[in-house]
Ligand binder design. Structure first.
Ligand SMILES: N[C@@H](CCC(=O)N[C@@H](CS)C(=O)NCC(=O)O)C(=O)O
Length: 325
């Protein structure tokens, strides 16, 4: 675990001392957008036109943020036009690597051994954390974006005219509602598990875990009479919640001490999680071995023995029984 400072790697754990034991997430550094015609998107520079075989995605199969992008790449049929590399699940002193392991896909572009080389290849004096996912442009040899929430919005529609599968997870008439629920889910749940897990004081942990379960309780109630977060169709908001839920019982309950309840203890959330998992293609983006190995071996301050638990047994294929909603 570390970061780049002026293009040099430094091995440092998150600094929570300056924020009362609270984990504070840094903003992503590359914020350009792939667009239909190459014009600039909401942020960043122009010049990134949607074209088949131009872009490459770097992900970790463990990471819930990267998992958003692999789900959209899968559901939008982009696998043949956006190539992919997968890092090793262990994130140690030099950060993410491409060490050989089942499921790892080496970097074909700059032949990097460490993911930070991808950042310095794009910007030799880069300062910031070296995170996945990264969307790389093979034409200009630069990083388009390392912000998952924006990469999935590009995948949702920018490639539609160059052969993506039809389907819109961001219907215009639900956009305001999707943004609202995303903000709530991001703060209390997606990032909430990290705030609980990386807290370094009792007060910071308790604050995060109580807020996390209050939010899960609210979502549980919301899902009692509707199949998805926004009514009866799957939207981006569901995929953003899904990647945290699917890791929850296997990792966040134990490793991050998010253990007031498990997802399987919530009838609606548990059925909803299975419903989303059973959408064709989605299961192919889930690798429980990488998920468990990453969290339990990479955070030495939280799990110094690096022992990966064998359980729990979770049957995501159990019928979800939510189709009537
Ligand atoms: N804002 C980023 C966050 C991505 C992120 O934090 N990824 C984690 C893996 S789950 C990472 O690579 N962390 C490395 C680090 O913080 O040094 C996004 O959503 O794309």
């Amino acid at each position: 675990m570390g970061l780049l400072v002026d293009g040099q790697w430094q091995d440092k754990w998150y600094d929570t001392a300056s924020s009362g034991g609270r984990f504070e997430r840094e903003d992503a550094g590359f914020r350009n957008w792939v667009t239909v015609d190459g014009s600039a998107g909401p942020t960043g520079e122009s010049g990134f036109k949607a074209e088949a075989n131009r872009y490459h995605l770097y992900v970790s199969l463990a990471c819930p943020w990267a998992n958003r992008t692999t789900i959209f790449r899968k559901l939008k049929g982009l696998e043949d036009m956006i190539s992919i590399s997968v890092v090793h699940p262990f994130m140690g002193g030099k950060g993410w690597t491409f060490a050989e392991e089942q499921g790892v896909i080496a970097d074909p572009l700059i032949n990097a051994s460490y993911l930070y080389e991808v950042y310095t290849a794009a910007k030799s004096d880069y300062t910031g954390r070296v995170t996945v996912p990264i969307l790389w442009d093979k034409k200009t040899n630069s990083i388009v974006s390392n912000e998952s929430s924006e990469i999935i919005r590009m995948f949702n529609s920018a490639f539609d005219e160059v052969g993506a599968v039809a389907g819109d997870f961001l219907p215009a008439d639900s956009l305001v509602e999707i943004d609202e629920i995303n903000a709530f889910v991001y703060d209390a749940i997606n990032n909430g598990v990290y705030k609980a897990g990386f807290a370094s004081t009792q007060a910071a942990y308790t604050e995060a875990v109580v807020a996390l379960f209050a939010a899960l309780d609210m979502i549980e109630a919301r899902l009692a009479d509707q199949r998805y977060l926004i009514g009866s169709t799957i939207t981006e908001a569901d995929w953003r919640l899904f990647t945290t839920l699917v890791r929850f019982d296997a990792v966040y309950v134990g490793h991050f001490k998010c253990n007031i309840r498990r997802i399987i203890d919530y009838p609606n959330l548990w059925g909803y999680l299975r419903d989303l998992y059973q959408v064709p293609g989605v299961r192919d983006t889930i690798n429980m071995d990488h998920i468990k190995a990453h969290y339990y071996t990479s955070h030495a301050t939280i799990n110094p023995t690096a022992i990966v638990p064998v359980g729990p047994v979770i049957d995501f294929d159990e019928p979800h029984e939510r189709a009537h909603l």
